[in-house]
Every structure is written in structure tokens, then in C-alpha cells.
Design a binder for this molecule. Structure first.
Ligand code: SIN
Length: 493
């Protein structure tokens, strides 16, 4: 097939331009880059390869729109968010097809992502009306002290490719609810879903400049984002992605002291104690690990199983993993789609090869699936994993479950915490006292207890240690977009 021909699955929501001040525009210097289908390598669209001029134009628009947007009543902002939410749900099938096309996840999961992303929009539409301040009890006669909350200003949202809709929706929705305006840069692998969301925002009636989006290739992303880092009008950065990039943003935004929310890498441990219901624990690993083919920050990277139940657990898990079907996201029979790109597959293969060299046994998978295409890797279970393996220290971000043995609780908790990261952790146990002890001992922003599916718009999502700071979702998710102003009024006696 001619690689320049329109992709046979390209749908109606594709808008391959920047969205700045309510207008769809090419990049300032006319350059573009290709967005391709990870299942086939076919071109889907070319989008602008933006640079600093585009980034600044987006901030100009957001800064101009800010005074009127923040002056709107919270319920007026909420009404627009609700309209956006309704349009997202109305276009569920088109959005899901676009997510699956550019990111590779199976259609059923892509539909789930549309609902998941939309749930943040509905949640923060409601939260807009709950931005309360405080009346501070009188400290002196004739003096009234109050604390009010105000939008922080222009927000830059920088998002990853693994959830092209949900990650950007859960930044834009609280920002707009709080009265901030937004400049956003979606990941270079998956910009089309984000642009489709901007299109639906335009249809919903967001005023010009309230939401702006620019796209940039991997090569130009740094200069585009650096323009925001240096711009004093950008008061907050919300970033989901790797820890090294998060540290760069923290360093470089120091000159203008921006507020930061950083949702960074993880290295999630999953502990299975001998008193766990083993079938439930296996289901928990399956749900947590194979969501998006293991390409999530919260998916278990290290599974520790108590020695007394290790062999039975390994057998149960191996049988389930071996039954997973791998294929393109568009095939309804697919459980695990392609990985996002060749670099991702190379990293997975490197981890598995390194684990083998350090004594791991392959219980399932353990190989590339080249007959399907260059971006496919077989769902894999590795037995006899140990701490000398690269996959113990680094996030694999793929469908690989390494099994480690442990003998007692103290050893398991120490191993789980032996990482600079602290985003998610999981454990399975039926012992109430152990549940209490281990929940508190795990160094992690999120803990799944006898549960593998943690994501919810109503829950605070975020990490500790080098997994970052700030929370997304829940009633805490708005705080990151607000600043507190103290008003002290005298002469009232
Ligand atoms: C992530 O991978 O960063 C997010 C996953 C989620 O929302 O559950």
C-alpha cells in the first residue's frame, strides 16, 4: 500500500493542525511530522512540528482569554464542561477508533478510555461549584480575615501517549473548572486524539484562547516546551511522563517559580502473601498488568510471591497469560495490541534478555511476534526473577511479569520499597492485621489492596518520591490549579 495514501481507518475527527486562539493553524515554519499506526506502520496524518513561536502564540492566546474566563461564574464554566462531556460521549465510537488507531490499544479498552477520560470532565464540572474558601474566626475586633481561592493563571499541560484522551482530559478539565486557561502539548506519538478533544471543546463553545494545543515531534518538543518554561505568564505546568523529563521541568521552571504537578514513572510492586486468595490475586495481576499491554505507569513491574504459594501462583498466572490473544487493536478478539513503537519493543526485549542472562526462566512468551509486525511482543511471565535484573530497577512498560520469591512480610515490604519510585503498589492478603500493617508500610502514593483496578476520577492519583507530586482527580485535584489569597479587612468596628 502507498504509505502516503490516507489510512483506511482514518476517521472523521482528525484535525491535523495546531489549535490556537480558536483557529486551526499550521505550524509557524510550515514543518510537519508523521503520526503512524503502531499496528501497521501506515501514515495516519501529518501534524505541525511546532517550535517556540507556536508555543508563544498559544500563550498569547491563553493570557488574553484569561481575564474573561476566570471572571465567569463557576456554574457557567461547569455548563461548558458538561457540554464538552456530552459531546465526548456522543462521539465515543469515533474517539475510541482514533485512540486505538494511533496508540494501538484494543477497541474495548479504547472505549473504556473514552468513558474514563470523560468522567474527569463530569467530575470537575461538578467540582467547579465547590471551590470554597474560609472565613477565619475573628482574631481582633473590627478586622475580618478570609481566605479565597483563585485560578493560578495560564496552565501548560504536557501529556503522554499511553492514554491519549484520559491524561489530557484530566488536566484540562480541572484547569478550566478552576478558571485557568490552557496551553497543551500532547505526546508526539498520539496527538490526534488530543486535537479531536480540542475540536469537541470548540463545538462545546469554549471561548477562543481558553484551550490551545500545539504538536511537536520528539526532536522539537524540548524547544517548544522550553518556551513555556521561560515564559513568566505560564504559572503552572502539569506533566505526565518520565522522571528525567519531570526533573528537567522542575529545574527549568525554577527561574519563574511555576507551580508543578508531576506524574512520573513508577516501578510498582505487587505482593502476594500466602494467605491471599490466589485466583483473585492472579486476576488482579491480569487486570493491572495487561491493561494497555503493560504500558501504564501504575502497572505492576515486580510481582513478589511468598515461597509457600509461588509454584501454584506461577502455574495459574502462566495459563492465563498464555491464553491472551495478541493482534491489532481493531480486531475484537485482541487482548494485547502492538507496543507504541520500535523503541518500546527494544526495551522490553532488552529487559527479557537481561533477565534470562541473570537466571530467569521463561514460563510464557519471552519473544517478539515479528509475524504480526515489528511492534508486537508476546505476553510474558518470567520465573526466578532477582534484584540483579534491569527489570527490577527500571519500568519495563510492556507485557512482562517477572515473579520474585519472598519468605516473610518484612522481606517483601523491604523489597517493594527498595526503589526511588513510589506511584502505585498492590498486595493481596486475607489477614486484616497484615492489611493494616502493609498498607501503611508501602512507600507509594496509591495502594491496591486485593484489587488490581485502581483508576477512578473520584480518587486522588499521584505518587511520592521520584514518582512526582501533585494529585489528579478527586476533590484534591482542583487544588493544583488554585492559589489561596488571604484578605484582611480592617476598620469594621
Ligand atoms: C498512567 O499510566 O499514568 C495513568 C494510568 C491511569 O490513569 O490509571
Amino acid at each position: 500500500m502507498d504509505s502516503k495514501a490516507p489510512h483506511p481507518q482514518a476517521g472523521p475527527l482528525i484535525r491535523p493542525h495546531n489549535f490556537i486562539d480558536g483557529r486551526w493553524t499550521p505550524g509557524h515554519d510550515g514543518q510537519g511530522f508523521a503520526v503512524t499506526d503502531p499496528a501497521t506502520g501506515l501514515l495516519i496524518a501529518e501534524v505541525p512540528d511546532s517550535g517556540p513561536q507556536d508555543a508563544r502564540a498559544a500563550v498569547d492566546a491563553a493570557a488574553k482569554a484569561l481575564p474573561l474566563w476566570r471572571a465567569r461564574l463557576p456554574r457557567e464554566r461547569a455548563a461548558l464542561l458538561r457540554r464538552w462531556h456530552a459531546l465526548i460521549l456522543e462521539r465515543e465510537e469515533d474517539l475510541a477508533a482514533l485512540i486505538s488507531l494511533e496508540q494501538g490499544k484494543p477497541m474495548a479498552e479504547a472505549r473504556g478510555e473514552v468513558a474514563y477520560g470523560a468522567s474527569y470532565v463530569a467530575w470537575f464540572a461538578d467540582e467547579a461549584n465547590r471551590i470554597y474558601g474560609d472565613i477565619i474566626p475573628d482574631q481582633q475586633r473590627g478586622k475580618r480575615m478570609t481566605a479565597i481561592k483563585e485560578p493560578i493563571g495560564v496552565v501548560a499541560a504536557i501529556t503522554p501517549w499511553n492514554f491519549p484522551l484520559a491524561m489530557i482530559a484530566r488536566k484540562i478539565a480541572p484547569a478550566l473548572a478552576a478558571g485557568c486557561t490552557v496551553v497543551a502539548k500532547p505526546a508526539e506519538d498520539t496527538p490526534l486524539t488530543a486535537l479531536a478533544l480540542a475540536l469537541l471543546g470548540q463545538e462545546a463553545g469554549f471561548p477562543n484562547g481558553v484551550l490551545n494545543m500545539v504538536t511537536a515531534s520528539r526532536a522539537r518538543a524540548a524547544e517548544t516546551v522550553d518556551a513555556w518554561l521561560q515564559d513568566g505568564r505560564v504559572r503552572k505546568i502539569s506533566f505526565t511522563g518520565s522522571t528525567p523529563v519531570g526533573k528537567h521541568l522542575a529545574r527549568e521552571s525554577a527561574a519563574t517559580l511555576k507551580k508543578l504537578s508531576l506524574e512520573l514513572g513508577g516501578n510498582a510492586p505487587f505482593l502476594v502473601f500466602e494467605d491471599a486468595q490466589l485466583e483473585a490475586a492472579v486476576d488482579g495481576v491480569m487486570a493491572a498488568k495487561f491493561r494497555n499491554g503493560g504500558q501504564t505507569c501504575v502497572c505492576p513491574n515486580r510481582v513478589y510471591v511468598q515461597s509457600t504459594v509461588y509454584d501454584r501462583f506461577a502455574r495459574l498466572l502462566r495459563d492465563k497469560v498464555a491464553a491472551l490473544r495478541v493482534g491489532p487493536g481493531s480486531d475484537p478478539a485482541t487482548h494485547v495490541g502492538p507496543m507504541i513503537n520500535a523503541r518500546a519493543v527494544d526495551k522490553i526485549a532488552r529487559h527479557v534478555d537481561d533477565a534470562r542472562r541473570h537466571g530467569a526462566t521463561v514460563l510464557a512468551g519471552g519473544k517478539r511476534l515479528e509475524a504480526l509486525g515489528p511492534n508486537y511482543y508476546a505476553p510474558t511471565v518470567l520465573g526466578d526473577a532477582n534484584a540483579s535484573m534491569a527489570l527490577c530497577a527500571e519500568e519495563t512498560f510492556g507485557p512482562v511479569v517477572p515473579l520474585f520469591r519472598f519468605d516473610d512480610e518484612a522481606q517483601a515490604v523491604a523489597a517493594a520499597n527498595d526503589t526511588p519510585f513510589g506511584l502505585a503498589a498492590y498486595f493481596y492478603s486475607q489477614d486484616l492485621r497484615r492489611i493494616e500493617r502493609v498498607s501503611r508500610a508501602l512507600e507509594s502514593g496509591i495502594v491496591g489492596i486485593n484489587e488490581g483496578a485502581l483508576a477512578s476520577e473520584a480518587a486522588p492519583f499521584g505518587g511520592i518520591k521520584e514518582s512526582g507530586y501533585g494529585r489528579e482527580g478527586s476533590r484534591y485535584g482542583l487544588d493544583d490549579y488554585l492559589s489561596i489569597k488571604y484578605l484582611c479587612q480592617g476598620g469594621l468596628a
